[in-house]
Design a protein. Structure first.
Length: 250
């Protein structure tokens, strides 16, 4: 199925039968991605008395319970409710599901012990104007990002200046292949999160951050049509499946 979409003065076609899924799936146990010092997620049959919710164990159905943390174990999208006392639900705040997105590859810069995505790195990588979503693929890009346990590993993060640039560029939806936009151990400063959502000035209530995407190398940098939706959880964050479509100019 072919759809037509506009971007400024340009017209594109997208083939809806060719989705490019950039989510990381939640899996049982240690093969799942992990961060924030949490136990591995668990997918296990409900057990009540004689009943074990597994066809292999004699039940008529498989009936699994899933125990996980959206921030730790899966691609997830979060809203400003992640850092505010006031409760905001991403399921309430993310209400449009399609937008233009630019994929950029950036090599984080070494700053002391840290690896930091800088505003200069983003500016150099960006080629398009007018996309309201930005997808940051950090280099090197390896398949281990799908199974990595980032706890206590001080993964790369975005500088405050990088976030100021992102906000100034009108980016409403930021997607990163990292566990967080902030430094793992920053004593709760959360400079990048706070800057992105402008919490102390005029909060950007419909802006979202998606963490733990994985952008395979087969997806080259450039402009894409993005479908971003969350599982309907009333929570600051929820599992999400960002899907890209390659536009063909007509
Ligand atoms: Zn998160």
């Amino acid at each position: 199925m072919i759809a037509s979409v506009q971007h400024g003065d340009h017209s594109y076609q997208i083939d809806l039968s060719k989705p490019l899924d950039i989510s990381i799936a939640l899996k049982h146990g240690k093969t799942s991605v992990n961060a924030w010092h949490q136990p591995s997620p668990s997918i296990h049959p409900v057990s009540e008395g004689d009943f074990i919710g597994s066809v292999a164990e004699g039940a008529p159905i498989n009936f699994n319970e899933v125990v996980f943390n959206p921030h730790s174990h899966v691609t997830h999208t979060e809203c400003l409710g992640h850092i505010t006392e006031e409760v905001f639900s991403v399921n309430e705040k993310l209400k449009t599901y399609f937008t233009w997105a630019e994929v950029v590859s950036v090599t984080p810069e070494k700053v002391g012990e840290d690896l930091v995505v800088s505003s200069a790195g983003l500016k150099t990588a960006r080629k398009y104007q007018g996309a309201s979503a930005l997808i940051v693929r950090t280099l090197p890009n390896t398949e281990t990002k799908r199974i990595m346990d980032y706890s206590h590993k001080n993964p790369p993060y975005l500088s405050k200046e990088a976030m100021e640039y992102i906000v100034a560029e009108g980016i409403e939806h930021l997607l990163v292949d990292l566990p967080s936009v902030d430094k793992e151990k920053d004593e709760g400063k959360l400079e990048a999160h706070k800057t992105f959502w402008c919490v102390s000035q005029s909060p950007r209530t419909s802006a979202t951050i998606t963490e733990f995407v994985f952008v395979p190398d087969t997806i080259v940098d450039g402009l894409y049509w993005l479908n971003l939706q969350v599982a309907p959880f009333e929570n600051d964050a929820a599992p999400s499946r960002p899907v890209l479509f390659k536009p063909m100019e007509i």
